[in-house]
Ligand binder design. Structure first.
Ligand code: PBG
Length: 329
């Protein structure tokens, strides 16, 4: 009898490359970007070192750099002025709003870049919620109507996919139906299907100044619509609902804390899976790297490989540019 000498497959870089099960390339990345008003402006985001908010003109310049690096897709967020915020979210479907202008500018400058704007009301909500608030509740169906208007305005501006991140029930079906009825049959939906109520979104909310406000009778968290982090079976139900409703791509979020969910969903659906390595995951790695406690480049590549290994087809990651530079060597 022999025991297994598993180390034979690790003896050198050549054999290790041959038996490597997961690969990473710039084809896998979607870069989330933050856009603000102004001309020739760029502001650093304190809680996310290396990430910036940029005016539309600067964003377009950045997009050209991203294309040159081989990055094919961006997910867009805008920082709305406080005076545009209300409890209806109506600025979200203003045809000349910051998001709509950004989508048009990117598609004009780089038509091949896949543009995936975020769909949710939080950047436009005086309460910092992803939906309309009535009597202390985030109401579902009225919010879905608003999300449909928002999605149509993104499609009109030239979006390739919309990415609803709000977790309202039924919005994927409503958006799909509206697209079909309005001549946008080719515009797709990246549905955030299993999105957990997560403290890992903290740095993102400070980037957009979009955290739920602390007001009387209004929930200060998103637990009535985003999922409980203790749950797993519920994620399968959420995913299957979005598949039934016509989602093209299924999103699971956050990333590293939820890879068990990714692996399970991978066994069940055939649609592409996107995983979001969120702001808090980014911030943890950056903070440790800045302190010299972790090797920045190695941890970036290991974390992205881990997400792919769990079953992701693509990764929404703030590391996209840095990882592309690493991969391009
Ligand atoms: C809001 C939205 C959030 C993120 C993406 N879209 C925050 C939230 O749900 O509160 C988080 C992204 C990140 O943390 O990187 N609809």
């Amino acid at each position: 009898m022999y025991f297994n000498r598993n180390r034979r497959l690790r003896t050198g870089a050549g054999i290790r490359a041959l038996v490597r099960e997961t690969s990473l390339s710039t084809d896998d990345f979607v870069l989330p970007i933050f856009v603000m008003e102004g001309k020739d402006k760029q502001e650093a985001i304190g809680s996310m070192p290396g990430v910036f908010r940029r005016s539309v003109d600067r964003t377009v310049k950045e997009i050209k750099e991203l294309s040159d690096l081989g990055i094919r897709a961006v997910n867009i967020y805008v920082k709305a002025d406080d005076k545009l915020k209300d409890n209806t979210g109506k600025e979200a479907w203003n045809p000349d709003g910051l998001m709509q202008r950004t989508i048009r500018a990117i598609k004009d400058a780089a038509p091949e870049m896949v543009v995936m704007p975020d769909v949710a009301l939080d950047p436009y909500s005086i309460y910092g919620h992803d939906g309309i608030v009535e009597n202390g509740k985030i109401v579902n169906d009225a919010t879905v109507d608003a999300l449909v208007k928002m999605s149509l305005s993104h499609a009109e501006a030239g979006a390739d996919f919309v990415a609803p991140s709000d977790m309202m029930d039924g919005r994927t079906l409503a958006i799909r139906r509206a697209f079909e009825e309005n001549g946008f049959g080719e515009v797709g939906i990246v549905a955030y299907a299993a999105k957990y109520a997560s403290a890992f979104y903290g740095p993102f909310r400070s980037a957009l100044d979009s955290a739920p406000v602390d007001a009387l009778d209004i929930p200060t968290d998103k637990k009535t619509y985003q999922m409980d982090f203790a749950n797993s079976r519920e994620a399968i139900r959420e995913v299957l609902d979005d598949v039934d409703e016509g989602a093209d791509i299924i999103m699971i979020k956050p990333g590293l804390p939820k890879l068990d969910i990714v692996a399970k969903v991978r066994e069940i659906i055939t649609q592409p899976i996107a995983v979001y390595q969120v702001s808090g995951e980014y911030a943890m790695i950056k903070a440790a790297a800045q302190n010299g406690w972790l090797d920045n480049d190695k941890v970036i590549l290991e974390s992205l490989h881990s997400i792919k290994r769990a079953g992701a087809d693509m990764v929404f990651t703030y590391f996209a540019k840095e990882a592309a530079q690493l991969l391009n060597g």
